[in-house]
Design a binder for this molecule. Structure first.
Ligand code: ATP
Length: 151
């Protein structure tokens, strides 16, 4: 019996399907949710969200925080922002990381350090999740027999 998983950000429905397992970054640690899980409501921290369905590639997403509601037949994630690995703009995430690192290093007057810290965390999560992208399949090289071989 699968569990319904909906990932919704303020802008769009990012994911919606029946799945077998959801692994989410809860404030108190990573949570693995299987069908028939006890009801639960938790805040999420910026982190990696993994959705598993038998016979399919795992879906990797970056979430920037939000809330997760678990019911025995349903997981609903209301994310501040969420992107699937293949949607992440790596250059943008790298630029955000550099910006946040610079602010934290130079600490110019008036800069909000907590905001810079969370921006840094978001960018690091995006970069980590982007690396999970499915790599193109390795096509085996077909070589003809070399001279003197296979003849
Ligand atoms: P930036 O400083 O680059 O805007 P941010 O961490 O401040 O990054 P958010 O406020 O978390 O961005 O997100 C704003 C919107 O932009 C959301 O819809 C989010 O999904 C999207 N977004 C942010 N960074 C990226 C990225 N690197 N690739 C794809 N979408 C992104």
């Amino acid at each position: 019996m699968p569990i319904r998983c909906d990932v919704v950000s303020v802008e769009r429905v990012v994911f919606s399907d029946d799945v077998d397992m959801v692994i989410a970054p809860g404030v108190e640690g990573v949570l693995g949710i299987l069908p028939h899980h006890a009801p639960l409501m938790t805040a999420l921290v910026p982190g990696e969200l993994i959705i598993r369905k038998a016979g399919q590639e795992d879906v990797y997403m970056a979430v920037s925080g939000g809330f997760m509601e678990v019911r025995p037949d349903r997981v609903t994630i209301l994310a501040d922002a969420a992107e699937r690995a293949e949607e992440i703009d790596i250059e943008r995430a790298e630029a955000a990381r550099r910006r946040a690192e610079q602010r934290l290093k130079e600490r110019p007057p008036g800069v909000d350090l907590v905001r810079a810290e969370t921006a840094l965390r978001r960018s690091r999560v995006r970069l980590k999740v982007a690396r999970r992208r499915r790599r193109p399949p390795v096509v085996p090289r077909v070589e003809g027999p070399r001279k003197g071989e296979g003849e």
